[in-house]
Design a protein around this ligand. Structure first.
Ligand SMILES: C[S@@+](CC[C@H](N)C(=O)[O-])C[C@H]1O[C@@H](n2cnc3c(N)ncnc32)[C@H](O)[C@@H]1O
Length: 351
């Protein structure tokens, strides 16, 4: 998200769109992998009442505290874990929380994190250069800024910040370090590159450092595969991202997993044996309305993508075999799934 001062309360982005994309139903079971201030989670719980359940995850212990208070009224319908979503499958197994009807990721950081003193996410406040979602992580932004080589810094700033002046900024950082605070770093960047328009020249470098500190792109790549495995038949995967690097990962993943053969073009016969496990619900990315951007300028870069879990032919056969074995379906289900089979599949983990 951009670097602007805003209210200390986090306003959930694309809220109605996310609830619709998740197709939230009474009695459904949902996971919010980035529970943050609990805004999306509260709406999911309200819309899945009666009987809905939600597992909320956040890497930031402060966010978890806020979410617990916000969601207290939902009692036993909600379970909140302070953990990194890279451990999603393990968390679900531990809590016996699978399969699920929908999984939401609302990536990036919240207004609470951006505005809270001492976290180092924003150059609007002069605080130590930290940027860790979880203070128990080993490496902070100060470690990266003060110990990386010039080439490493330039790579981080150019790749994760998509900053064309990455080399120049890296050179200035190396010359001026040690840099301990957000104001010191922002000051060096301001000297290195001229201000272009309204955007502060340090914006992209701060984004780059945050992504590097928290391994945001690697974690996203790895968790999407886990999420698909946790979805029941027709379960929805919904991801809200805030910059093109995240959105590209989500778009590619959903496109690839909704295709059959993914062999390189020109391959005479299919060797990949890839079968689709997702169906795209909306081919076009969903963005906030002008009213939402007006009311909440931080929403302007948000992009929502949604896909639905489908069952591959192999999974049909395997599950039908299991149901036949248990005496819960007849062998006919193996070839053409009946309505009854479809309903059963919604409640049975597909893997
Ligand atoms: C944009 S905020 C979510 C706001 C939330 N949807 C709401 O309505 O309040 C993103 C949250 O994701 C968390 N987060 C980012 N990466 C994470 C990860 N790998 N594992 C767990 N939580 C993560 C951040 O700590 C932050 O609280």
């Amino acid at each position: 998200m951009g670097q602007e001062i805003s209210s200390p309360v986090h306003t959930p982005v694309l809220l109605n769109e996310a609830i619709e994309a998740l197709d939230v139903q009474a009695g459904g079971r949902y996971i919010d992998c980035t529970v943050g201030g609990g805004g999306h989670a509260a709406a999911i719980l309200e819309n899945s009442s009666p009987g809905g359940q939600l597992l909320g995850i956040d890497a930031d212990p402060e966010a978890v505290k806020t979410a617990r208070v916000r969601l207290e009224a939902f009692g036993k319908s909600v379970l909140i874990e302070n953990n990194n979503f890279i451990n999603l499958e393990a968390i679900c197994i531990k809590n016996d929380f699978m399969p699920v009807h929908g999984i939401l990721f609302d990536l990036g950081l919240s207004s609470l994190q951006l505005n809270s003193g001492g976290r180092g996410f924003s150059f609007q406040h002069d605080t130590p250069l930290d940027m860790r979602f979880n203070p128990e992580q080993r490496v902070s932004a100060a470690d990266i800024v003060n110990t990386s080589s010039e080439a490493e810094l330039a790579y981080i700033i150019r790749t994760y910040g998509e900053e064309s002046c990455g080399y120049r900024i890296a050179r200035c950082i190396v010359r001026e370090r040690p840099l301990k605070t957000t104001a010191e770093l922002a000051g060096v960047i301001e000297q290195a590159v001229p201000r272009r328009g309204r955007i502060h020249p340090a914006t992209k470098t701060f984004q780059a450092l945050r992504i590097a500190v928290n391994h945001e792109l690697e974690n996203l790549e790895a968790v999407l595969k886990q999420a698909v495995r946790l979805l029941g038949f027709e379960g929805r995967l919904v991801v809200i991202s805030y910059h093109s690097l995240e959105d590209r990962i989500v778009k590619r993943f959903m496109q690839q997993e909704s295709k059959g053969c993914i062999c390189p073009p020109g391959t005479p016969i299919c060797i990949c044996k890839h079968t689709p496990c997702l169906k795209l619900i909306s081919r076009k990315v969903i963005t906030p309305s002008p009213e939402e951007v007006n009311n909440n300028p931080r929403s302007r870069s948000a992009r929502l993508r949604v896909a639905e879990r489908i069952i591959t032919q192999d999974e049909w056969c395997e599950t039908a075999d299991r149901l036949c074995f248990l005496g819960k379906a007849d062998a006919g289900g193996r070839k053409k799934p009946s309505i009854m089979m479809k309903e059963r599949l919604k409640t049975i983990a597909v893997n």
